[in-house]
Design a protein around this ligand. Structure first.
Ligand code: ZN
Length: 309
């Protein structure tokens, strides 16, 4: 049984500090993972605008956002100019690939994508995705093939572009199993491997869960076999830094339960991509996370239940 580890990398600090720590941990345990990079400017400070949205202040209290990002990162794009992550940390990105890990695109500008893509038109969406692809190709000297959208935010244009830009493994949303997506009955021929498990920051702070018992809570969710596998998303800024010991517990726990922690590409290799079940996708919500996300909504009409991987 395969459980894909998907590492979202949002900031310059996460790229420089969180990524090498996770690469080291995964190598020590002999497991695979996919690292998805933010390739353009780090404008994390601008996310402070989200403080005016419902649900954000509760999350700040639960997860300690200042401790999580660091003060300097919170000023990028506001009082300090946003540093260019691809230019400043391309060496870390190549080191990750050269250490044998799957790499792909998270976004060009995380804050811009997360706050803008829901209402964006085709031209805006194509520009953001093309800039990320060009910079990725600049850094790695090969085109990107794996995509995992920032903040699980997508629109129909972005979904169409996953196919047109040549991606073959996408993990852009939340759901229950790998599928071929249909948005308003329009098919997109690029398989989606959605995040199936809750993230640590969605669990911590609710129902008596804290950093000391969150690994047990999550391992409780993976006790039952899941023939189509699982996808777990972690963040370089949180699980690669303050919560690194929790990831150590999780990787050991998953191996003891019989899971092989792998990259998204390895999960993709275990299925026949174009024989995957067809599923309706769209905008919805998940427990513990504020706002709306790209979600798998259920079988496409007439579609059979998921097949075993
Ligand atoms: Zn992200």
């Amino acid at each position: 049984m395969r459980l894909a580890l998907k590492v979202d990398v949002d900031t310059l600090r996460g790229t420089r500090e969180g990524v090498p720590a996770l690469v080291d941990l995964f190598r020590r345990h002999g497991v695979g993972a996919t690292f998805l990079f933010s390739l353009g400017p780090d404008h994390t400070g601008r996310a402070i605008r989200r403080a005016f949205r419902p649900g954000f202040l509760g999350k700040v209290r639960r997860t300690g956002v200042v401790e999580h990002y660091g003060v300097k990162t919170l000023l990028y794009g506001t009082l300090l100019p946003g540093p260019d992550i691809g230019r400043r940390a391309g060496d870390v990105m190549r080191m990750t690939r050269d250490a044998g890990f799957d790499t792909g695109i998270h976004c060009w500008d995380h804050v811009r994508w997360q706050d803008g893509v829901a209402a964006a038109d085709a031209a805006w969406t194509a520009r953001e995705m093309r800039m990320a692809c060009e910079r990725y190709t600049d850094v790695f000297k090969e085109p990107p093939r794996t995509h995992g959208a920032a903040g699980w935010q997508m629109n129909l244009h972005a979904l169409r572009l996953t196919q047109r830009l040549g991606f073959d493994v996408c993990s852009d949303g939340r759901g229950t199993h790998p599928h071929l997506p249909f948005w308003n009955a329009e098919p997109v021929r690029c398989p989606q491997f959605p995040t199936t498990l809750p993230t640590l920051d969605e669990l911590i702070g609710l129902d008596g869960v804290d950093a000391s018992n969150v690994a047990d809570r999550l391992l409780g969710l993976t006790e039952a076999p899941a023939p189509a596998g699982h996808v777990f998303t972690l963040h370089a800024e949180l699980e690669g830094m303050r919560l690194l010991p929790v990831i150590e517990q999780l990787v050991a726990g998953w191996k003891a339960q019989g899971w092989s922690p792998v990259s998204l590409r390895s999960l993709h290799a275990s299925v026949e991509p174009f024989a995957l079940p067809r599923c309706a996708v769209g905008i919805g919500s998940v427990p513990g996370r504020s706002g709306t996300l790209f979600v798998q909504q259920g079988p496409f009409p007439g579609e059979a239940l998921p097949r075993a991987a």
